[in-house]
Ligand binder design. Structure first.
Ligand code: ATP
Ligand code: MG
Length: 333
């Protein structure tokens, strides 16, 4: 459905020096700065997949989406969406896609919500029968009927997001781009939104590309993730694979009754390779990091408690949040 080959996008900026003299000099020779927002990306996405597209701020996510939607022209490389080159044929591409930006709405602010739907129905030439059928389904999944008559500006954020998703799906696009669809929503609204996205994907076989900083969205919705860092793809694969790779990291933190003074060979006591554990000591706080495949929480805890008086302890297993933070930090998976 989506083919991306060696796709790159650079932005050129001219930086002027500060002050009046800088301004005058700037007319003559402003410094040319090139940002490679997207750098040699390649991936393919099949019909019906739900993909999590993640990366730190400024990684190049929105720039990629803008090239997929035809808003931006690539500097080099190729992109096709359902056989169409988006920036060359924006109209055909627009019929194939739906886009929702969490931060912005595509609805007509001052009109009752229903008017936005009738306008979109005309724009996309949706038949009466399709319109009725889809509106019924949207209501079943997104519960929009309760505020269809209200002006969009009076809707709560959660209601507005539901309405935006419905609006983006009215023409039954093959691909749905969701840019932070749960931003600012409360816990319940997030849950409902994720349910709705799942049901939409199941009912329409819509291919979904989701960018988000909320990793619970990813856990709930995506079997596959793409991680981008400084414009480059650093991971493309199943979420479960990185979980297996990093998910066995574990940390046990102890608060000792008395500061630890003498050298104690913990690795020897636990009968493991010293390089396989990390020991951090800060006054009376002791942290042991290890891989659960080599060592059990029980062994670590028992060993420490045998040698020290412990007043408190806590266990931290790696969650997806920590794994992704580590991948961003290390720049590879
Ligand atoms: N129109 C533009 N002109 C110049 N530089 C740009 C432009 N658009 C994006 N950039 C730069 O390209 C890089 C990638 O930006 P992009 O918006 O794609 O990041 P992002 O991954 O969407 O980040 P965020 O998570 O903050 O939304 C950034 O360094 C940004 O400053
Ligand atoms: Mg962005």
């Amino acid at each position: 459905m989506i083919e991306v080959r060696h796709l790159s996008k650079s932005f050129v900026k001219y930086e002027k020096e500060k002050g009046l003299w800088g301004m005058i000099k700037g007319f003559v020779n402003a410094k040319k700065v090139i940002t490679k927002a997207v750098d040699d990306l390649s991936f393919s996405i099949a019909k019906g997949e739900v993909i999590g597209y993640i990366g730190a701020n400024g990684a190049g996510k929105s720039t990629t989406i803008k090239m997929l939607t035809g808003i931006l022209t690539p500097s080099s490389g190729e992109v096709t969406v359902d056989g169409v080159i988006p920036y060359k044929d924006r109209i055909t591409n627009a019929r194939n896609i739906g886009v929702v930006f969490g931060q912005r709405t595509q609805l007509w602010w001052d009109l009752p919500l229903i008017e936005s739907f009738t306008i979109l129905k005309d724009i996309y030439q949706v038949s009466d029968a399709d319109y009725t059928e889809r509106m019924t389904l949207f209501n079943e999944i997104l519960h929009i009927n309760e505020f269809l008559k209200s002006p969009v500006r009076t809707l709560s954020l959660g209601q507005r997001m539901r309405a935006d998703i419905a609006a983006s799906l009215l023409h039954n696009p093959k691909i749905l781009y969701l840019d932070e669809p749960t931003i600012g929503l409360d816990v319940n609204a997030k849950k409902n939104m994720r349910e709705a996205i799942k049901k939409m994907n199941a009912s329409f076989q819509t291919t979904v590309i989701l960018t988000t900083h909320d990793l619970d969205d990813i856990e709930e919705l995506c079997q596959r993730i793409l991680i981008i860092d400084a414009g480059k793809l650093i991971y493309d694969g199943a979420l479960s694979d990185i979980k297996t790779k990093y998910g066995s990291d574990c940390k046990v933190s102890f608060v000792l009754k008395e500061p630890w003074k003498d050298f104690v060979d913990l690795a020897k006591m636990m009968d493991v390779d010293p390089l396989s554990i990390t020991v951090t000591l800060n006054d009376d706080k002791l942290e042991i990091g290890f891989d659960k495949r080599n060592l059990s929480v029980a062994t670590v805890t028992a060993t420490i408690m045998k040698h020290f008086e412990v007043s408190d302890l806590s266990i931290q297993e790696t969650d997806i949040e920590a794994i992704v933070a580590r991948i961003y930090r290390e720049g590879h998976a």
